[in-house]
Write a new protein. Structure first.
Length: 130
């Protein structure tokens, strides 16, 4: 098995060099569009594997808790499916933000109780502008 890997290792490395910049650009563009800091979340990983033996029509995505993996293969034109990589990345990005937001409403509960029982003026009930 090791001899087989050594025989094809240079092919894999050339694929990584070929697609590193386009994949990085796709991820960076998603971060910039969402106005998020570059996604370096402690305890989380987003990994793109290039596997030329995979069918070029298939994109295999998996997540295991905080680990996200995408396995792609170049098609006959030598391109990978960047939209599918971006799609999986967008599932990866909101996780920490969603987990933080889940706990925030509990801190607002006392305030919400006060608001629920507060008397409203007639203009507020109708939604009129003040």
């Amino acid at each position: 098995m090791h001899a087989l890997w050594l025989k094809h290792q240079s092919e894999y490395l050339s694929l990584v060099q070929q697609f590193h910049d386009p994949v990085s650009k796709t991820i960076t563009q998603a971060d910039l569009y969402l106005k998020l800091p570059f996604s370096n979340y402690p305890g989380q990983r987003f990994v793109v594997h290039l596997e030329p033996m995979l069918s070029p029509t298939q994109v295999n995505s998996r997540n295991y808790t905080n680990l996200y993996f995408v396995v792609v293969s170049p098609d006959q034109d030598g391109q990978v499916k960047l939209p599918e990589i971006r799609h999986t990345y967008l599932h990866f990005v909101p996780r920490p933000h969603g987990a933080q937001a889940h706990h925030q409403p509990q801190t607002l509960d006392p305030l919400l109780l006060e608001i629920a029982t507060a008397p409203l003026s007639q203009s507020s009930r109708r939604g009129a502008a003040l």
